[in-house]
Design a protein around this ligand. Structure first.
Ligand SMILES: Nc1ncnc2c1ncn2[C@@H]1O[C@H](COP(=O)(O)OP(=O)(O)OP(=O)(O)O)[C@@H](O)[C@H]1O
Ligand SMILES: [Mg+2]
Length: 260
């Protein structure tokens, strides 16, 4: 008959094996569980990013249609009424041979009011963009920044004066407005250069400032940069922002054009 100690050894071996198997199982379970958790988190973040992009797209589309409606309403209703008031006031002023000071002042105020409404309409939806197209609208925008800020703006066009689909023109114009806004607000640049060119079936706009630059992954992104990405995505384009502290910023946008 074997000694009782001899019975303990197989029990110990089996017990140790069971513990090892349990620990290994637990170890694999933790690893698999962790991987699953990480994958779930990545999926969730991707979904959230996609939802945010979709939301931004919807905001941009609503914003643009509201802007258009506002510009049209201002022009057709308030603008027309003010023009009629102006005509009548000027007629009255003429009849009074300019002797009524209050009437003359009211005429002046009406003129100023009409000019203000015109400025608002131009800012909301520049008629030069809808009437003459992107190239002329960018020309006008460059002149405005040139005359209203100390920044020297140059614009080179490597294409003929042609029209592009309205969504493309509006997108590039809004992007240029945001990039000008950023350069004026943040860059401390002394010069900005815009270039518009065509490469095959793509329209390319590059916007360069010689300012302080920034680290894209370190700055707190405002609505502006997020908006640029959504706008470009909306018309299947690509955007690349390259910036380095003290080396200025270059933004390049490539938009596919319809193959006619
Ligand atoms: N041209 C630039 N030169 C230097 N820094 C810039 C430039 N453009 C953007 N930045 C930096 O990137 C940040 C994010 O820009 P973004 O346009 O997203 O937001 P914002 O201009 O601060 O606000 P918003 O556009 O929403 O009014 C800016 O706050 C700024 O620090
Ligand atoms: Mg901005």
């Amino acid at each position: 008959m074997p000694a009782p100690e001899n019975n303990i050894i197989p029990v110990l071996i089996i017990g140790t094996l069971v513990v090892v198997v349990l620990i290994t199982g637990l170890f694999f379970f933790v690893i698999v569980y962790q991987r699953k958790m990480i994958k779930n988190q990545v999926d969730l973040r991707r979904l959230e990013d996609e939802r945010q992009q979709e939301l931004l797209k919807a905001v941009i589309e609503t914003q643009e249609s509201e802007r258009k409606r506002l510009a049209e309403d201002l022009h057709d209703s308030v603008g027309q009424v003010l023009s009629a008031i102006k005509l009548k006031l000027h007629k009255l002023d003429k009849q009074n041979e300019g002797k009524n000071e209050m009437l003359a002042d009211t005429c002046k105020l009406t003129d100023e009011c009409i000019q203000e409404i015109r400025n608002i309409i131009h800012n909301v939806l520049p008629p030069v963009l809808t009437d003459f197209g992107l190239i002329d609208a960018l020309d006008a925008l460059c002149s405005k920044i040139n005359s209203s800020t100390p920044i020297q703006v140059s614009f080179s066009k490597k294409l003929s004066n042609e029209r592009f689909p309205s969504a493309v023109e509006l997108t590039l114009y809004r992007i240029a407005q945001e990039l000008f806004g950023n350069a004026v607000k943040h860059s401390e640049a002394s010069a900005i250069h815009i270039e518009l060119s065509k490469q095959g079936y793509a329209l390319i706009m590059s916007f360069r400032d010689n300012g302080v630059g920034f680290k894209l992954d370190e700055v707190k992104r405002g609505f502006g940069i997020k908006n640029l990405h959504s706008r470009v995505q909306l018309i299947n384009g690509k955007i690349d922002i390259y910036s380095k502290p003290l080396s200025g910023t270059i933004t390049t946008i490539e938009i596919p054009l319809p193959r006619t």
